[in-house]
Structures are given as C-alpha cells and as structure tokens.
Design a protein around this ligand. Structure first.
Ligand code: IVH
Length: 681
C-alpha cells in the first residue's frame, strides 16, 4: 500500500504539470520557467518509478512510451466524419447561400462562424469521464485508424478535461474533432536540424504532420512538433450546445486548443469579408491554410439542412487559390552549408506566386532530384506557402520537348574543389575539408548569431568579405581583427569598424553554452550545447572528454558524442582553441542558476502587428513576457505599446484611434535595454 500522502502528491503533480503544460502549449503564456517545469516532471517520474502503482493513464509521464505497434487497429466512428464542399470564389459562396436559403427559410436569419481551414490531418478524440481514451484518423469517414499512442505525444492535447478544475462540466462521453498540424516555423526548424544531422528533410508541413501521426512508433511522433486545433463536437452524451460559436467557446473552456483566428459573423457578407481578410493575411499566420470554412452558426439548422454525399449543407470551404505555379528550371545550383552539407537548389525562370517573385526554390537533396526525375530545362511545379521556402514539387512530364538534360550531382565541392563524401546511412553529401571557405563563411555567420555569440552587426555579407580578403581563416581570427583590417573592406568607415570591434569584444563575455553552440559541431545546437556547458568546466575539460563520458549525459546519443570527439581531435580545431584562449574567449561552465532576466517591461501591455524584421511573433512574445511585459491579441485602452512590423493589420488603425504609442522592433529592443541599464545605475 502506498501512503496516502504520496498518492496525493502524485495527483497534485499531475494536475500541476497538466496545467503548466496547457499554459505553455495551448495558451502560449507560461507562468513558470522551463526549469521549474522540469523539476515538477522529475519529481513525478521519481515518485512513479518508486511506486509504479501510482501511474495513471492520464499521467503526463505516459505521453511517450510503449513499443512500436505492428499495425493500426480499425475503429468505427460514433458518427460519420463528414467532409466539406468547396467554393472557389465569393460568387460560389453566395450561390451556396441561395441554395440553402431555398431549402430552409431560417437560413435568412442565420449567423455564421468563419474558421481557418487547417491543412493537416483530421483526428477524432474520445474522452470517457474526462479521460482521453482513444484517438483516431478520419479514414473513410466511417472507420478510422487507432492512433491513440501517437496522439498522446502531442503536448497540446489534453489527457484529462477540463484542464482547469471546474472550468466546465464534462459529459460522461465526449468525442471531439480536430486537426493535427505543424507550424511553419517548427517545420523549418525541424528541417534545419535534420539537414544538420545529414538526414533527409521533409517536403511540406502537411505531409510531415500526417506522416508523423501515422507512425507505428510513437517515439518518432514524439520528436515531431505536432500541434492540435479542435473545431467540432462529433458526439456527446447529455450536452446541449446550440451554436458553432458556443461549441468553440466550450472546447476552449475545457482546455482544447482552438485557433485564434475563428470569428463570429452576423451575416453572410460579413463572413465573406472575414474569409477574404484571412486570405490576405494567410502568410502571416503561423500555420498553412488552404481556405476558410464558413459555417452556419445555428446547429439545429445545420442538422435540418442535412448532407449531400459526405458534405453537410450547412458549411462550405472557401478555398484560396493554390500557391502552385509552373516555370522553367534553368539550372541546378549547389550550396555549401555550415557543416559541409552540399544541397542543391533550383534556379528558375522568375515567376510570381501570391505577389512574390520567385527565382530559386529548394530541391531538398540529390536523391530527391533523381527520385522525381527532375531535369534541367524541365517545366517544374513550384509551391510557395507562406514563409516556408518555395520548393519544387516535380516536373511536368507532359511538357517535355526532349531537350531536357538529366542532372549529374557534383563530385567536388564548388567552393574549395575537394572531393565530396557521402556518409553511410545519410542522404546528405558532404565537403569534409575543414578549411573550405564556404563553410567558414557559414560558420562565422552562425558563430555571430543571436543564439550563439550574439555579435551585433556581423551578418553573412561581412563574413563573406572577411573570408574573401583573407582576414579570417578560422573563428578565433575574429578576435585578432584591427580597425585597419576592417577599413580595408568595402563600405566600412570609422564608425562601422569601431562598432563591429566593440561587438566582437563584448562577445568575449558570452557563456560557455553559447560558445559551444557557436563552434558549429555537427549535431550540437543550443540544447546540446547547454547540456555540455552544464557538465564541463571549460573547453579544455570538454576537449578531454571521452565518448563514453559524453554518452553518459542524458540527451546525448552516440552520434553526437562521436561528432564532439572527432571535432576536438582535429588539429585545425585544436589550433583555433589555442587562439581563443589567448584572446581570453574562455568562459567557465558548470551548473549555473537559470539566467535572471531583468523585468524591464513589468506592468506594460503590448500588442504585435505585422511582420517584424528579425523576431518571429512567438519570439517577440516570449521576449516581452520574459521581461515581465504582457502581450494581448487586440488593441484596447489598456494597451501601452503597439509593436508595428511590415504590412500591419487593422490593429494599427485602432491604435491610432485610441492614441496608443507605436514602436518598431528596434524600439522594443530599446525599451527592454533601457530598462536594463536603468536598473543597473
Ligand atoms: S468542418 C461537418 N472545420 O477540411 C464538419 N473542417 O475539406 C466538416 N478542416 O476533412 C468539417 N479545418 O479535415 C471543418 N475549421 C475546420 C476545418 C476543417 C480543416 C478539414 C477537415 C475536413 C476537410 C474538408
């Protein structure tokens, strides 16, 4: 028998973790640090390890677990999982309205809800007495596949509802419909990591989300940044929600993630306008969407209107024009990445998609070119979706003239001319010459980046110039630069040279974690660098570490351990380390308290609009929040500052009406900074 006190504590920990998980992944407004969250998780894990009888199915420790399945089990949906009919322009939307109005005159008085048409994989989630018990794919609408183990790994999916105690009553049985998807930013980050590890990158967020949720091994799904948005109740016992709008509010109260962009509309014209606004800002949204769904709000009316085939009459998908175009593939170029990975890209006859002219697109890797049989001179299909880098879908085989040329991948590095190598088990091709100038440029860029040594004013252009002029042969040479050196470069005057030297000097104070990240060791990014800096006292200690010692650190596997050992074994890198030490770029590591961030924005409320030059929305939000400020979604009398980026939305006008102060990204950073120096004096 477990002591009552332990059982109580386990219960409390589960509740706390679920709540903080929800604040982070659903509300996007955490109130404790990652460190504190990890402590709670660790305590629960230890408790459960000592007393396995305390483990419950909704325990957050159970999100990842279990062995790969042999196959998926078919499950019958409690109600048909319907689809939607499409409208390709506003006239077709109005025609739909006319049709349903003739069927039922109540449509005349109907109100509407407009929602983003999320481009992911439909999921059907079952809750029994508030506990998540089953999750299925849509399948043929009648039967789906049981993907419960995979869905458990999705952090924004509540394992128990309501997430906040007493937030709402829960029917004994509730089945909810939602969409699993991947945010564009997370997708790019995932691909960046895969590319860095020499692995195959993914083609687009939608297929990646769908593929990841249909993995037989949930441990793989757990590594993919899948998100969830819910939008319908499929089945519920004894629940009365009368409208779609109420449904969304109710789902939100239970703790389900619901897209921010849903809107209530009084009539069809307003709904059309909202759908068009959604289309205009589709590129600003964090996820891909292929349209807007316009739904009649009154659920009894929707029910009465019935279905045609698999499409309910009470809703319609207003599809945005596809951002796919065809153009001619003029050539295939190759890039040399920071770790020496060679990647091909398409050189295109310029073509416009969604108001942007595209001249280049990614081709992923050399295998992709071969698998898709892409030839130079081909007409190719290009897809551009928001800020995802445009990519080549494939050739239009029917348009071939016979003059197209099959492509042969290079066998030498285009930058240094050394032979390329392919590492077994990887798709990537590498230039392994550590003195390769193209790699050095990328390495310098990475070394100076915000997440690493944060050298302000040092971008890729300057990195290129420094390497081209022979002023820098490795990262450490940065610290030996003189003003005279910099003045030799194009577009460098006194002031600019002085500023850059000051930034370089300031970077000597950065933490060991940042320095390790900056070295550009394959597989060692921010997270791994943090782990290493915590474990080792300085670069000497890390350089002496054996493979076994490294592998013993939680979160570090054999590949990374090998990469680290190999990196430090290279004489070239050894020489560079000696130079760094001589330049006093030698921070100390070891276990340190999490950085205390000055609360310079305490008491201030911010609203963000438009695209900022450097910070992504989420980054700006986290930055503000970590300095004690608040970020809200709409401008009101309580707003202190509107942070304005490129192509701002209607918030700008509202702010001007209310006389709210406007600042840009630099202004925001200034505000954060000013407070900080004020606090020191
Ligand atoms: S409602 C009766 N709402 O679009 C309910 N569907 O083309 C019918 N989808 O299979 C679906 N976002 O996977 C609805 N906000 C949304 C949606 C949405 C994406 C998907 C859904 C469906 C497909 C139909």
């Amino acid at each position: 028998m477990v002591e009552e006190a332990l059982r109580k504590r386990a219960e409390e920990l589960r509740r706390l973790i679920q709540y903080h998980n929800y604040r982070y992944h659903v509300l996007d407004s955490p109130i404790i640090s990652d460190y504190e969250y990890d402590q709670l998780m660790r305590e629960l894990q230890e408790l459960e390890a000592a007393h396995p009888e305390l483990i419950t199915p909704d325990s957050p420790t159970q999100r990842v677990g279990g062995e790969p399945a042999e196959g998926f089990v078919r499950v019958r949906h409690p109600q048909p999982i319907l689809s939607l009919s499409n409208a390709f322009d506003t006239e077709e939307v109005r025609a739909w309205f006319e049709r349903v109005r003739k069927l039922d005159e109540r449509v005349e008085q109907a109100t509407f809800v407009v929602e983003p048409k999320l481009d992911g994989l439909t999921v059907v989630l079952h809750y029994e007495k508030g506990l998540f018990t089953l999750g299925a794919t849509r399948g043929d609408g009648e039967y789906g596949e049981d993907i419960t183990a995979n869905l458990r790994t999705v952090q924004s999916l509540p394992l128990r509802i309501p997430v906040e105690p007493q937030a709402a009553d829960v029917p004994s049985r509730l089945v909810v419909r939602g969409e699993g998807l991947i945010f564009r930013r997370d997708f790019d980050e995932l691909n960046r990591k895969l590319a860095q590890a020499g692995e195959r990158t993914y083609v687009n967020p939608r297929n990646t989300a769908a593929g990841s949720l249909r993995q037989l091994d949930p441990r793989i799904t757990a590594q993919r940044p899948i998100r969830l948005f819910c939008y319908a109740i499929v089945d519920a016992e004894g629940l009365t929600v009368r409208t779609q709008w109420e449904t969304l509010q109710y789902l939100r109260r239970l703790g389900f993630p619901v897209a921010q962009e849903v809107a209530y509309c009084d009539d069809l014209e307003q709904a059309i306008q909202v759908a068009q606004e959604l289309e205009e800002k589709r590129d600003e949204l964090p996820y891909e969407l292929d349209g807007a769904v316009i739904k009649i709000n009154q659920l009894d009316l929707v029910e009465a209107l019935g279905v045609v085939g698999k499409d309910p009459r009470g809703a319609i998908a207003y599809k945005f024009p596809a951002q796919v175009v065809t153009t001619r593939l003029e050539d295939i170029g190759v890039n040399v990445g920071r770790t020496g990975v060679i990647t091909p890209y398409a050189v295109l006859e310029p073509v416009e998609v969604g108001g942007v002219t595209i001249r280049q697109a990614t081709l992923h890797n050399f295998d992709y070119i071969q698998e898709k049989d892409i030839r130079i001179g081909d007409r190719v299909m290009i897809k551009r979706a928001g800020d995802v880098i445009p990519y080549v879908i494939g050739p239009v085989v029917g348009a071939r003239t016979g003059a197209e040329q099959p492509y042969t991948p290079p066998d030498r590095c285009p930058s240094c001319g050394e032979p390329l190598e392919r590492i077994e088990g990887e798709v990537a091709v590498y230039c392994v010459n550590s003195g390769c100038p193209a790699q050095l440029v990328r390495n310098l860029e990475h070394f100076a980046s915000r997440a690493a040594m944060d050298i302000e004013g040092m971008g890729i252009k300057i990195a290129e110039a420094l390497v081209r002029e022979g002023l820098v042969e490795d990262l450490a040479d940065l610290y030996a630069l003189s003003k005279d050196d910099l003045l030799k470069l194009e577009a460098f005057a006194d002031k600019k040279a002085e500023n850059l030297l000051a930034s370089i000097a300031a970077s000597k104070e950065r933490s060991l974690a940042r320095l390790i990240n900056g070295l550009g060791i394959r597989g060692v990014g921010e997270t791994v660098a943090g782990l290493l800096a915590e474990r080792f006292a300085d670069l000497d200690a890390l350089a002496d570490a054996s493979r076994e010692e490294l592998e013993a650190i939680e979160g570090i596997g054999p590949e990374i351990a090998t990469a680290v050992v190999d990196w430090f074994a290279q004489p070239r890198n050894r020489r560079m380390l000696a130079k760094l030490r001589a330049a006093e770029v030698w921070p100390k590591g070891g276990r340190t308290e999490p950085e205390r961030v000055a609360q310079t924005l305490a008491g201030l409320t911010f609203v963000l609009t438009g695209t900022l030059p450097n910070l992504a929305r989420q980054e700006a939000r986290r930055l503000i929040e970590s300095h004690g400020g608040k970020v809200t979604g709409s401008v009101s009398g309580k707003t202190d500052y509107l942070v304005v980026g490129e192509s701002p939305g209607s918030k700008l006008q509202k702010a001007r009406e209310l006389g709210v102060r406007e600042i840009d990204e630099a202004g925001l950073l200034d505000l954060i900074e000013r407070g900080r120096s004020g606090g020191e004096s």
